[in-house]
Design a binder for this molecule. Structure first.
Ligand code: NAP
Length: 290
């Protein structure tokens, strides 16, 4: 027997989750603060719950609202908390690792099972083979409900029994995404200041990608192994990096470009160099981040 599902929160992402459950043949209850967002889903076969407590009577309650604080206001009312006893909450709203741990504790105290999820996709990937959602919490709960999670995307991933790890991995992946996106903003600003067509930049960015990817993989392995000193495999010393970085800072100053984090990066270079790492691998900077 398929479990019944409730989706609480029908924004862009919650609506996509509900549509995927309906497409996979799950009996799906939906609730949203603004009722208009439930109308299209009702037309597709969802049952619109009159309250969060009514939705919480489903076997699995998937929560997808803006923040954990919004979720708490909804789930922790006496009526909803009572309805949630014996159910499974799957929290896919974005939160921090410690918020996830606090949620799991509240759920345990309430007699409710809990898994935390982090959606590594935009709504158009939900229900598609490449859709990835990370889950953390009790492995047995994840395995028992794997078919439910597979309905949301072909790549459900269990990332650990520490319930905070889905959020932690989410934020680490987003951190590297923002690093790349802010880097593109900076690069585009340089091109525009120097009257270089962005199409030309894009062509050369593509050609440069394997170099960046190689350096990224090398950096991760070196940090894991604490291989900070220069060795035969070192691709470029900190000294060489800092030479080019200084030219980049000079250009930004000459063209009066906004500082998109380069001051913080310069501070890290300088700290590592002052501590005697000028001839070491770029990875040596990792020691100065905590
Ligand atoms: P959204 O379109 O802005 O929808 C927000 C949802 O939260 C709506 O259902 C909204 O209800 C509800 N909500 C906000 N505050 C509330 C409150 N105080 N009480 C009750 N409901 C409240 O956002 P979304 O894109 O669906 O994102 C939802 C969550 O998924 C977020 O945590 C987001 O970080 C995460 N996520 C989104 C994406 C993405 O690509 N969109 C990707 C990964 C993760 P109303 O309709 O009544 O305003």
């Amino acid at each position: 027997m398929k479990p019944t599902i409730a989706v609480v929160g029908l924004g862009r992402m919650g609506s996509a989750l509900a549509r995927a459950f309906l497409a996979a043949g799950y009996t799906t209850h939906v609730w949203n603060r603004s009722p208009d967002k439930a109308v299209a889903l009702a037309d597709q076969g969802a049952s619109v719950a009159p309250s969060v407590a009514a939705a919480a009577a489903a076997d699995i309650v998937v929560v997808c609202v803006s923040t954990y604080a919004d979720s708490d206001r909804l789930l922790r009312s006496p009526e909803a908390a009572a309805a949630l006893r014996g159910r499974l909450i799957v929290q896919v709203s974005s939160g921090s690792p410690n918020q996830a741990r606090e949620q799991a504790k509240w759920a345990a105290d309430n007699g409710t099972s809990y898994l935390d999820g982090a959606i590594m996709a935009t709504p158009n990937f939900i229900g598609e083979p490449g859709g990835t959602i990370l889950y953390s919490g009790p492995r047995a709960l994840f395995e028992a409900n794997r078919p439910v999670f597979t309905a949301l995307g072909g790549n459900p991933q269990f990332v650990g029994e520490d319930v905070g790890h889905a959020s932690a991995l989410d934020l680490s992946l987003l951190a590297q995404m923002w690093g790349a996106l802010f880097g593109q903003l900076q690069a585009a600003a340089i091109c525009q200041a120097e009257a270089i067509a962005l199409d030309l930049f894009e062509e050369h960015r593509q050609a440069f990608l394997p170099v960046v990817e190689g350096a990224t993989v090398d950096l991760i392995v070196r940090i894991r192994d604490r291989r900070f000193a220069a060795d035969a495999e070192t691709l470029a010393s900190l000294d060489v990096h800092y030479g080019a970085f200084s030219l980049f800072l000079q250009l930004c100053a000459e063209r009066d470009l906004a500082d998109l984090g380069s001051k913080a990066q310069d501070d890290l270079f300088r700290k590592a160099i002052a501590a005697g790492h000028r001839q070491d691998d770029f990875a040596a900077i990792a020691q100065f981040l905590r």
